[in-house]
Design a protein around this ligand. Structure first.
Ligand code: C5P
Length: 324
């Protein structure tokens, strides 16, 4: 008997860096108002999604420790994203999911959030659900403040709690070379935000809303020196004070020749810019960074779709030819 079947759909789930992260104030719901320019990276996880009899999740690591993964798979953001979509459409979507992880866990690179957004987009395509991008963003925001930016794909201005996302036009913008380093520390996000609140008085909070508009122009030109000048992260000072080892990793990146060095999200990974792959590789080999997890990658200014193509499930017909 001939049967229709779907081969697994391979989706790229990128890491991100916040080139700017301004914290504008504390909201009534306990979250902070943000204004941030976020760029996806060429470093990322691969997700394989396949229609199946029952839902399953396998996570494998390539050069990353997986101990921090939640023991209960239902707490994994990827599976929670699938459950949200099932709730949205009102029926089960049995899907076999394999996540091949290259993004370090809990390092401020948005790996879990990216996986969740990739499941939302990928499963929407795989099961031909037709859920709109705006609705996927809203569902993503239910999972975490960082998810909506990945649903949008590409360079994004992120505001509000993180759920207000706007694509920044990057047509033709050349990628930038980025070096990432993580000395192994863990910086719990709520603790870093609390330390920020303790440092910044109410008055100065209201005057901090300046976004680096020049950054957009510099990004379009692909000019690493101008981008490096605009890079900023309001969580850097509290994080460095709480976790001096993260400050030391930032110093190591500077010693290795990187510019525009700052924190990724709320840490503990730090990033810096270099002007070429060769410079990036020299930085990775610098003795100051020995002992750190480190990677050299590029930004994907126009997003994953531009770099890797659209998410398309391949439908194949299996033709049973019987025994020879
Ligand atoms: O939304 P998410 O689960 O990623 O947030 C983790 C924590 O980060 C929150 O519990 C909160 O302490 C802090 N946070 C915040 N303001 C934001 C985003 C996150 O205070 N806009």
């Amino acid at each position: 008997m001939n049967a229709l079947y779907y081969v697994p759909m391979k989706c790229f789930s990128p890491a991100k860096i916040n080139l700017t992260l301004r914290v504008l104030g504390l909201r009534e719901d306990g979250f902070h108002s943000l204004d941030s320019v976020v760029v996806p990276l060429g470093l990322g996880d691969d997700l394989f999604l396949e229609r199946a009899e029952a839902t399953s999740l396998v996570v494998e690591g390539e050069g990353v420790a997986l101990e921090a993964m939640p023991g209960d798979p239902e707490r994994n953001l990827a599976l929670r994203a699938l459950r949200l979509l099932e709730r949205e459409v009102g029926h089960t979507l049995p899907t076999a999911m394999v996540i091949h992880k290259r993004i370090p866990l809990g390092g401020g690179l948005g790996g879990g959030s990216s996986n969740a957004a990739t499941v939302l987009r990928g499963v929407n395509t795989l099961w031909e659900l037709g859920v709109s991008q705006a609705r996927l963003c809203a569902l993503g925001a239910e999972l975490g403040s960082d998810v909506a930016q990945f649903v949008l794909d590409g360079t994004v201005r992120m505001q509000g709690r993180g759920e207000q996302v706007t694509r920044m036009s990057m047509a033709g913008a050349p990628p930038l070379w980025i070096v990432l380093a993580n000395g192994g520390g863990h910086c719990p996000t709520p603790q870093v935000y609390r330390a920020f609140d303790a440092q910044v008085g109410e008055e100065s909070l209201t005057t901090r809303g300046k976004v680096c508009d020049t950054l957009h122009l510099s990004l379009r030109k692909g000019d690493p020196e101008c981008v490096a000048e605009a890079v900023c992260n309001d969580l850097e000072t509290p994080c460095f004070e709480l976790f001096p080892e993260v400050a030391r990793t930032a110093e190591a990146l500077r010693a290795a020749g990187c510019t525009g060095v700052t924190l990724c999200g709320s840490g503990a990974t730090v990033f810096g810019l270099v002007s070429s792959r060769e410079e990036g590789e020299r930085a990775l080999a610098h003795p100051a960074l020995s002992g750190c997890w480190r990677a050299c990658t590029q930004t994907l200014p126009d997003g994953v779709m531009a770099a890797h193509g659209p998410l398309t499930p391949i439908v194949m017909v299996r033709i049973h030819v019987g025994q020879p």
